[in-house]
Write a protein that binds this ligand. Structure first.
Ligand code: FES
Length: 102
């Protein structure tokens, strides 16, 4: 799947992958602002992204634990996801994610 990241500096980065989580893919490709400090277990929120509204249907809603974590985050919106909780697959090909402040 091809994923476009818009960084906090408004740089556009296109990355491609076929497995693992979106957070892992971002870290591998040095996407600035995605750190994955907790290793992808949904407890740090350093992998926070805003999904383009049109892509929300592809990506899906926040999970329960993810929602609790995002509820405490001032930058979170209804389009927020923790990218470690998004699996890379063909289903999300072409999505655009904006890296969030955290
Ligand atoms: Fe920690 Fe996603 S990597 S919550």
């Amino acid at each position: 799947a091809k994923i476009t990241f818009i960084t906090t500096n408004n740089d556009v980065m296109e990355v491609e992958g076929s497995s693992g989580s979106v957070m892992e893919l971002a870290v591998e490709n040095n996407v600035p602002g995605i750190y994955g400090d907790c290793g992808g277990v949904c407890s740090c929120a350093t992998c926070h992204v805003h999904v383009a509204p049109d892509d929300m249907a592809k990506v899906g809603e926040q999970g329960e634990i993810e929602k609790d974590l995002l509820d405490m985050n001032d930058c979170a919106t209804e389009y927020s996801r923790l990218s470690c909780q998004i699996e890379v697959s063909d289903a999300i090909d072409g999505i655009t994610l904006t890296v969030a402040e955290y």
